[in-house]
Write a protein that binds this ligand. Sequence first.
Ligand code: ADP
Length: 268
Amino acid sequence: TVEVSGVPFFDHKGVRKVILVFYDITQMKRSEKSLKDFVANASHQLRTPLTSIKGYSETLLDNPPANPEGGRQFLEIILKNADHMDKVISSMLALARSEQVGEAFALSPVSGRESMGRAVADVTPWAAERSIALRSRTPEDEMFVMAEADGLLHVFHNLLNNAVKYSPEGGVITLSAEDDGESIVFCVEDQGPGISREHSFKVFERFYRVDENTIDGAGSSGLGLAICRRIVRNFEGEIWHDGYGEDTRGARFCFRLNKPAMDRPVNV
Ligand code: ADP
């Protein structure tokens, strides 16, 4: 899209001329549209639980239930919806932070092993509640990657949380890391319902959820993977879903990050 503005003037011979300035506003229009989409999606995401909070609060006020148990059930629904709004807002803030334009990312060597270990320790109690086992398949060597420690941990947390969320009771989640010389590829694989090919790119889009209708207890905003993708890209890496292997039943998310230059093989 091009916008034009003109400035008329007379040259030294008195001839009338016009200077035309062309502005390429394609990018601007695109970001305007994406901002509009974002606001529309965000409002929708927040309005749904808010409507429920308002509805149940009004019912409690207008028709107080005779027995305390009835009131408790309503309050639990209100709390669940408030928790969901809390999660959506935190995710939106995390996304905004990771999308700050012009922000310089100070990448430095970060231990992938340590980050994975911390994330596993954090989700283990939650996984244990449903007898879900977490297994790691990693090389013996230290695995340093160019990243920022908090961002890397955020990506592991997000992928592991999703894996637990979608795993069946008693399922196994496998974490792996593979050194391919230039970079390290980390994967998180579960035995849940998986993601079909038609959805496998879209799940990285903001607010995209395969099943729109589920607002489960753990909260679902459709922002988690968009944040992971932004963070991994900020680290000059890539992230994808490839749960279509011979023996893969569930979802398998992988991301690749560069190794520090000193750890890469020297080509002679
Ligand atoms: P959220 O989990 O908050 O909805 P995400 O961006 O993390 O948001 O995920 C987007 C969608 O991708 C989810 O709503 C779900 O449909 C699908 N998804 C993500 N991880 C998995 C997984 N491990 N197994 C099956 N589906 C998944």
